[in-house]
Design a binder for this molecule. Structure first.
Ligand code: NAD
Length: 495
C-alpha cells in the first residue's frame, strides 16, 4: 500500500491494561476507483469547464496526497446551473408522472448499490473515514434514501400533506464534509421525488463522491438539468442560495453559516431548512446494561472521528456508576484501532482537514486549561496526514467550553448527575437541540426522559442510528425542518 500512513508511537498515557488483538493489514484496494486528474462542473447533464470559476485541489487527509483538481464554480456558473435546473423542472421533471420519476430514483439507487465499493473507497480517500463506515453506513444508507423516496414519488397525494401537493421548483442544496455522499442523498432524493430539480454544492474538502454520483446520474439517464452539481467553497454556496431562481434552500453545516444564510434569505420568500450543529447528551443511568452502554458511548462519539452533528459528545453518567463506566470506557478505548482508513480493521480514521484538526486541538487544550482531566489511550498516530487520538475529559463542569461548544472531533466530555431531574437539567443546558441518548432498563424512564429532553431525536439504549423512514432534525441552534421519512417530503412541497 503505497499510500498507507506510516505509524509512529506519539501519544501515550497511563491507561488500564487492555487485551488488544493484533491484526494483519487488510487494506481495501484503491484500484477499484478511477480518480480523474481534473473535474469540471456537472451542469445540464454534462461535465463542463467553469466559465468564471477557478480550480482547487482535493486532498486525502490520511496521507496529504493530492487526489484531483476540482473546479470552483463562480457566479456565472451558478447562474448556468440554476437556468438548466429551471428549464428541466418546468419542461420535464415537474410534469413527469410520479411513477416515471420513481423509475429514475430506483435506477439511481440500484446503480449506487452496484458501484458501492467504488463509492466507498472514494469516500474514504477524500474524507478520511474508515472504509468499514463508508462501506457499511454511508453508501448503503445513501442508496436506501433513493429507494425510500422512489417509493413516495407516485404517492405524494397520500403523504398527509394535502390532496395535490406541488413541487417548489429549483432547490439549492449545500452540504458539509462529514457524510458527503449520504448528505447529498438526504437532500436530492426527497427533492426529486417531490418533482423539484436540484443544484447541489458539496463541501470543498470532499467533492469527489458527489462527482461520482453525477456519473451515476448520467448512467441512470436522468434527464439533463434535473440534478446539477457545483463544486466550490463558501462563496459558491453563498451565490447559490442567493440566486433568485432558487425557490428552496436546504443547508447542512455549521450554525454560524446557517444563521448567515437565514439572515440573507429573510424577506426573499424562499423556503429554507437548516440542519446545523449539536452538543448531544448521552445519558447513562445506574440501571443501564453498562457494557452495552459503553459500546453506545464509543459509537456515539468516536463513530466517524466524532465528525457527526448528532454525536454524543457529552456523556452524562449517574454518579453511582460513574467510576465503573469511565474505567470500562477507557479499557474499551485501548482496543480501538486508529490508522489507515482503507484498512478494513480500522476504527478511527483521519481528521478531515488541517483546519478541523486545529479547531479540535484548540478546544481540547481549552479543556485542560479550564481544569478538566484529559485522557487518551496508548495510541500510535501516523506521521503524515491529520490525526487526533480518541480523548476523554473527566471532571468537566457545565461551564467549560468543552461542555458547551461543538468540537466535531473524537473528544468526549464526561459529566455526572445524581437524579433524573438533574440529568434533564444538564442535558438541556445547551444552545443546541439536535439529539440525545438515554440508557436505562426502565421503559417508563425512557418515555419520561424523551418528553423532557429538548432534542429533535432521542435514542433509547442505542445511539447514532439512522433510517430513511425516520425524520431527523433539530431545533434551537441546531436548525429547523426535518429530513427523512414522510416529514422530509414536506420541505420540498408547496403544501
Ligand atoms: P460549514 O458551515 O463551514 O460548511 C458547510 C457547507 O456550507 C460547505 O459546503 C461550505 O462550502 C458551505 N458554505 C460555507 N459558507 C457558506 C455561505 N456563506 N453560504 C453558503 N454556503 C456556505 O460547515 P462544515 O465545517 O463543512 O460542517 C461541519 C458543521 O456541519 C458542523 O457544525 C456540524 O454540526 C454541521 N452538520 C450538521 C448536520 C445536521 O444534520 N444537523 C449534519 C452534518 C454536519
Amino acid at each position: 500500500m503505497s499510500h498507507a500512513p506510516r505509524a509512529s508511537p506519539v501519544t501515550t498515557s497511563e491507561a488500564p491494561p487492555a487485551r488488544r488483538f493484533e491484526y494483519a493489514p487488510a487494506p481495501e484496494s484503491r484500484a477499484v476507483v478511477n480518480i480523474r486528474p481534473s473535474y469540471g462542473l456537472f451542469i445540464d447533464g454534462e461535465f463542463v469547464e467553469p466559465t468564471d470559476g477557478s480550480l482547487f485541489e482535493t486532498v486525502n487527509p490520511a496521507t496529504e496526497e493530492v487526489l484531483a483538481e476540482v473546479s470552483a464554480a463562480g457566479p456565472g456558473d451558478v447562474d448556468r446551473a440554476v437556468v438548466a435546473a429551471t428549464r428541466a423542472q418546468r419542461e420535464v421533471w415537474g410534469s413527469m408522472p410520479g411513477k416515471e420519476r420513481a423509475k429514475y430514483l430506483f435506477r439511481v439507487a440500484r446503480i449506487m448499490q452496484e458501484r458501492a465499493r467504488e463509492l466507498a473507497v472514494l469516500e474514504t480517500l477524500d474524507n478520511g473515514k474508515p472504509i468499514r463506515e463508508s462501506r457499511d453506513v454511508d453508501v448503503p444508507l445513501a442508496a436506501a434514501h433513493f429507494f425510500y423516496y422512489a417509493g413516495w414519488a407516485d404517492k405524494l397525494a397520500y403523504a398527509g400533506l394535502g390532496p395535490a401537493p406541488r413541487p417548489l421548483g429549483v432547490a439549492g442544496q449545500v452540504v458539509p464534509w462529514n457524510f458527503p455522499l449520504l448528505m447529498a442523498a438526504w437532500k436530492l432524493a426527497p427533492a426529486l421525488a417531490a418533482g423539484n430539480t436540484c443544484v447541489l454544492k458539496p463541501a470543498e474538502t470532499t467533492p469527489l463522491s458527489a462527482l461520482l454520483l453525477a456519473e451515476i446520474l448520467q448512467q441512470a439517464e436522468l434527464p439533463p438539468g434535473v440534478v446539477n452539481i457545483l463544486t466550490g467553497a463558501g462563496d459558491t454556496g453563498a451565490a447559490l442560495v442567493a440566486h433568485p431562481g432558487v425557490a428552496k434552500v436546504a443547508f447542512t453545516g455549521s450554525t454560524e453559516v446557517g444563521k448567515s444564510i437565514q439572515r440573507s434569505l429573510a424577506g426573499s420568500g424562499k423556503h429554507l431548512t437548516l440542519e446545523l450543529g449539536g452538543k448531544a447528551a448521552n445519558v447513562v443511568f445506574e440501571d443501564a446494561p453498562l457494557s452495552q452502554a459503553i459500546e453506545g458511548i464509543v459509537n456515539g462519539i468516536f463513530f466517524n472521528q466524532g465528525h457527526v452533528c448528532c454525536a454524543g459528545s457529552r456523556l452524562l453518567v449517574q454518579e453511582s456508576v460513574a467510576e465503573q463506566v469511565v474505567e470500562g470506557l477507557k479499557s474499551r478505548l485501548q482496543t480501538l484501532r486508529l490508522g489507515d482508513p482503507l484498512d478494513k480493521n480500522t476504527d478511527l480514521g483521519a481528521i478531515n482537514s488541517p483546519q478541523q484538526l486545529e479547531k479540535i486541538r484548540e478546544l481540547a487544550n481549552s479543556g485542560e486549561d479550564e481544569g478538566a482531566e484529559r485522557w487518551s489511550p496508548t495510541c500510535a498516530l501516523p506521521d503524515r496526514g491529520y490525526w487526533f487520538p480518541p480523548t476523554v475529559f473527566t471532571g468537566v463542569a457545565p461551564a467549560h467550553r468543552i461542555a458547551r461548544e461543538e468540537i466535531f472531533g473524537p473528544v468526549l466530555s464526561v459529566l455526572t448527575f445524581r437524579t433524573p431531574e438533574e440529568a434533564v437539567a444538564k442535558a438541556n443546558n445547551t444552545t443546541y437541540g439536535l439529539s440525545a441518548g438515554v440508557w436505562t432498563e426502565k421503559g417508563s424512564r425512557i418515555l419520561w426522559m424523551a418528553q423532557q429532553l429538548r432534542a429533535g431525536v432521542v435514542w433509547a439504549n442505542t445511539f447514532n442510528r439512522f433510517d430513511p423512514t425516520s425524520p431527523f432534525g433539530g431545533y434551537r441552534e441546531s436548525g429547523f425542518g426535518r429530513e427523512g421519512g414522510r416529514h422530509g417530503l414536506a420541505a420540498y412541497l408547496d403544501v
